[in-house]
Design a protein around this ligand. Structure first.
Ligand code: ATP
Length: 240
């Protein structure tokens, strides 16, 4: 079923050989909630998302999504549990059309709901430019359009929770505003989100609470509003 579910992460660690990238972190994303992870380059944000998706080995901890224990579930099966993933750097298939890229996202659907066509129309409604360019090759799209395609493709699987890794990376301020508007709309539609960003300003606007990571650990947690107004956070992440 597509009931909203909470993501609960406890004591999660990631090691690359002898290097500890994530050290016993924990946080929760409540149903319908939008949570951000901010932190400097190398703080462990991407490794955290990859560990949730089963893309890097988890060296400890527990991951639950609703009633399901995902701790030992493999990457290809995670999506079937209703978790969508938009990796850093987009990774669309440049030689396939926009629509084909979107349809590939639908293969992860393992449940019976509204038809794929209907979901495709929903994605085109959210990103009109993708509808206009549906027959173009993805490789011909601008960076911002490819980012939208990556988000749209993840939505094709009808996730209950979306993990987004730096959707603002490399985008112009105008396109960052566009992405923000989409994230806000998805949040209003009740989709749970975990957003990893170096752009703290975007993150504070798109989320209700945030985890600040530093050297693989949780340095601070709070509501996005509290953190936005925190003197230390402002100095370190907003350069104010
Ligand atoms: P960024 O914003 O640059 O992606 P991040 O906060 O997402 O930074 P991670 O990419 O998770 O941080 O990296 C955390 C630490 O793990 C860094 O010290 C990084 O050098 C190291 N690391 C990441 N991937 C690997 C890997 N495949 N092998 C070895 N070390 C890695």
């Amino acid at each position: 079923d597509r009931q909203a579910a909470a993501l609960t992460v406890e004591d999660l660690s990631v090691h690359y050989g002898g290097v500890c990238a994530v050290r016993s972190i924990g946080f929760t994303v409540a149903p319908g909630q939008s949570v951000g992870i901010i932190g400097a380059n190398g703080a462990g944000k991407t490794s955290t998302l990859k560990a949730l998706m089963g893309l890097v080995p988890r060296s400890g901890g527990r991951i639950r999504f609703g009633d399901t224990d995902l701790t030992r579930v493999k990457a290809r099966d995670i999506v079937r549990h209703g978790i969508g993933y938009v990796p850093e750097g987009r990774h669309v298939f440049p030689g396939l059309t926009v629509e084909k890229n979107l349809m590939l996202g639908a293969y992860a659907r393992s449940w019976r709901g509204p038809g794929t066509r209907e979901t495709l129309e929903e994605v085109y409604d959210l990103f009109p430019v993708l509808g206009e360019m549906r027959s173009r090759l993805a490789g011909a799209l601008s960076g911002g359009q490819q980012q939208m395609l990556a988000v749209g493709r993840a939505l094709m699987a009808k996730p209950r929770l979306m993990l987004l890794d730096e959707p603002s990376m490399g985008l112009s301020p105008k396109l960052i505003e566009d992405i923000l508007a989409v994230l806000v709309r998805l949040r209003e539609e009740g989709l749970s989100m975990l957003l990893v960003e170096q752009n703290a300003k975007l993150t504070f606007e798109a989320t209700s609470s945030c985890v600040v990571m530093e050297n693989g650990e949780v340095a601070m947690t709070g509501t996005s509003r509290e953190l936005r107004d925190d003197v230390q956070v402002r100095r370190i992440y907003l350069g104010l």
